[in-house]
Ligand binder design. Sequence first.
Ligand code: AMP
Length: 443
Amino acid sequence: MTFDNLNLHDKILKAIADVGYTEPTPIQAKAIPLVLQGKDVLAGAQTGTGKTAGFTLPMLELMMKKDIKKGRHQVRSLILTPTRELAAQVGDDIATYSKYLPYTTAVVFGGVGINPQITKIKKGVDILVATPGRLLDLVGQGKLDLLRVEFFVLDEADRMLDMGFIHDIKKVLTILPPHRQNLLFSATFSDDIKTLADRLLNNPTLIEVAKRNQSADNISQVVYPVDKGRKKELLSHLIRQENWHQVLVFTRTKHGANKLVKELEKDGINSVAIHGNKSQTARTKALADFKARTISVLVATDIAARGIDIDQLPHVVNYELPNISEDYVHRIGRTGRAGNSGEAISLVCVDELDYLKSIEKLIKKPIKKIYEDGFDIDPTIKAQPIQNGRGGGQKRGGGGNRGRNQNRTQNNFGGGNISSRGQRGGGNQRGTANSSRGANRGR
Ligand code: AMP
């Protein structure tokens, strides 16, 4: 299939050609015709599948078709995202796809001054991308009118619920006009998502591109069992030895992210942290530097990392496993985007074995274990309960096995899937069995 088969306007096709897309991704091939028919859609699509263009291209087409009053800008399309980064990314994508069209797009989120956003809205906006809190602020202050919204997208809805936005979403729904087209995108489908979908969507069509809760096939996943106290050392070692120049590293907490950056810097590895306590300016700069490869390691918490979209990001490291298994899928989805291959590496200590088990259950396969030479596990170290450190009233379910994994030893990493150096390979793109690390990792 090509984009030409999808009944999109020449100006949209030209913009797509400019960015070099030759054929629609599976989610685009499924979503675009349905959206063009005016249907509400419930889409199960993981991050990196091309879902943004999946809703934006038909949205633009419909806006053009219904465009009667030329030159009058009012918010007709509203896209709600959980994080500032994702909002900014979606805004950039929309600007790219609509560059030959007469529509203005604005992106509004908290953590930055509201006045420039008000000024922009006053000038007239056709497409608004927003995070829920700031959107409600603007409406509450009487600066924003949503009465003309025809097209509403709830992006990464599962993450919205995880972040505790359900009340804000409900409020937004009460201020939107009743007749509109709605799309809901989510990587996972919990009961809460289904309830939200029932409330939001009108006789929706369900589309799914990757099987639920399964991680993308083009991502090679490995676990390095390691003692907690040696994780930093192993990370530095891998970064150096494997010559990684662009690696996104996840920690569970903001404090953990800051601490790791300091330690990597001591080792002479250029790194920066990105998390909710950083100013928006600092986050934007960190991301730009990482994209430009002036820093090689970006250390992020789960929430901050949403919306990070870097073409061909080769490596994602779970410095600590997430306590929510679905977060693992989100995390590793930052690599292997749009068909590129990627590598997800998890450094797992004995405390995290239950998290690992839950993740393997969710993705329905064991993850290959690699024991790195010189990083033998100390079997006398007993598992300690993990302090989550996230706090703050977020609704986080699952994975709640903290503290039950006492008295584990390295044997618990076992299970028929263990490799030592030089015996990797088999079913992933890390190289063939018995090839040496240097030979098979020299990418
Ligand atoms: P998304 O899932 O929307 O975050 O998109 C993931 C990445 O895929 C982004 O970098 C897009 O620029 C890219 N992308 C979207 N659609 C296509 C396509 N049809 N062909 C190639 N790349 C695409």
